[in-house]
Each structure stands twice: as C-alpha cells, then as structure tokens.
Design a protein around this ligand. Structure first.
Ligand SMILES: C[S@@+](CC[C@H](N)C(=O)[O-])C[C@H]1O[C@@H](n2cnc3c(N)ncnc32)[C@H](O)[C@@H]1O
Length: 224
C-alpha cells in the first residue's frame, strides 16, 4: 500500500441501491438491554472492565507516542454508553471527551454526565464537535456499519481527527464470540484500504495515523 491516497475503495456489497428506502423492520435496537447484555453482564459481556482498561492504555500510549505530548481530546463515535469516558479519565483526568451515538436511549441515560450527543458516523458534519480531536475512537462500531455508510464517513473522520483513529473490527477470517447480528464479514484488506483512501496509515493495534503524523513516522512504525 502506498503512502497517502492508496486508490479507490470499491464495493457496496451490503447496501440497498440508492433511493431504495431502508428496511427498518429488522433494525437493531441499541437500548438498555443491548448494552447490558454485551457490555455489563459478567456472563455475556465481550470485555471485562480490566480488559477495557488495558485496551484504553494501549491506544492512549500509541496516540501520545505519535503526538509527542499528552492526550488532550477524544471523540468517541458509536460510543454507546460512553464506557471509554471513565476509563480515559482515570488515566488522563484533564482530557476533553465527546461521544456521538444514534442510540436515543444511551444519550438520554448518559449524555449529560459523559458529554454524549445523538448522531451518525456519516453525518458528523451536521454536529458541533469543536476542534479536531487528538484521538477518534470507534470501538466495536465499524464492523456493524454498511460499506456505503463507511465510505461516506471516511472523509468526515479525517476532518475530525489530527492524531490517531482507533477502529477495531473482526474480519471475515476471525472466529469471535459476541454480537453477530448485522456483522459485516469484510477482509482486513478492505478496512486497510478504507483508511488508506482517506490518507490514513495503519500503525498496528487497530490504530491509524493522520497523514501529517504519518509523514514523519519511521518506516517500520507504519504498516506497508
Ligand atoms: C457494539 S456497540 C459499541 C458501543 C461502544 N463503542 C462501546 O464500546 O461500548 C455499537 C454502537 O454503534 C452505534 N452505531 C450504530 N450505527 C451507527 C452509526 N451509523 N453511527 C454511529 N454509531 C452507530 C450503536 O448505537 C452502538 O452504540
């Protein structure tokens, strides 16, 4: 994969044709039951608080290493209940955190305390999100979003972030335990190309580096 714009991302495999109304009869419900099942109940959750703390520490270290300063601001897209907020605050009490999620339930429940607002990954331009963030978090989000929406979102993500985007996903070769409803079985290469098309470079641990920072990174700090 070359530096900068790595070519065109093709394919809208899972999308209805343009102008076809979306079928909402079987829409996923991101409500209290959903977050309880997958993120809180010790019998069914996908990550324990300790695992989340380790992941947050890893992403924080990657971001600060490349920024060469402490983390100041985070934008968490598809933030759900904003679980990254307390985990980040424990490590960086002064960090400014904003979350965006279409779940009316999550925003009503946690919005005021955790600074969450309603919105969608492909309509960030419609929101007042303040200055670019040091870190954009997309934890367990992109694997549930259709191709066309992600392609529309990519330039907006680029505009919202000056440091690192953390965007994790299980790919088609992964066997995983968790929420498989509407999971999009894409290849790792598809995701790498999505970010490369927007000018971002993979740096490992499912993190992508902004073009300006990538330009000064050492060769082996970047995926090729
Ligand atoms: C598997 S949950 C992950 C929640 C959160 N990131 C976490 O780690 O706790 C997926 C989240 O993506 C959100 N989501 C679904 N469609 C979205 C969209 N178009 N834009 C932004 N977020 C979306 C859902 O509301 C849900 O909160």
């Amino acid at each position: 994969m070359s530096r900068g714009n790595g070519g065109q991302l093709r394919g809208t495999r899972h999308d209805p044709p343009r102008d076809t109304p979306r079928d909402t009869r079987h829409a996923k419900r991101y409500d209290e039951r959903y977050y309880q099942r997958w993120y809180r109940d010790p019998r069914t959750r996908v990550k324990s608080p300790a695992e989340l703390a380790r992941l947050v520490a890893l992403v924080l270290a990657q971001t600060e290493y490349h920024l060469e300063r402490p983390l100041r601001s985070v934008l968490d897209i598809g933030c759900g209940e904003g679980r990254w907020y307390p985990a980040l605050k424990r490590l960086r009490p002064k960090v400014s955190y904003r979350g965006v999620d279409p779940s009316a339930w999550a925003v009503a429940r946690h919005g005021r305390r955790r600074h969450l607002q309603c919105g969608s990954i492909d309509a960030l331009d419609a929101l007042d999100l303040g200055p670019q963030a040091d870190l954009v978090v997309l934890n367990d989000v992109i694997q549930y979003i259709d191709d066309a929406t992600l392609v529309r979102a990519a330039p907006q993500l680029r505009a919202r972030c000056r440091g690192v985007i953390f965007a994790n996903a299980f790919v088609d070769s992964d066997e995983f335990i968790g929420d498989r409803t509407r999971h999009q079985p894409r290849s790792a290469d598809w995701y790498l190309k999505l970010f490369a098309c927007a000018g971002w470079r993979a740096i490992g641990a499912q993190c992508y580096l902004a073009p300006d920072l990538a330009a000064r990174a050492a060769g082996l700090e970047l995926f090729h």
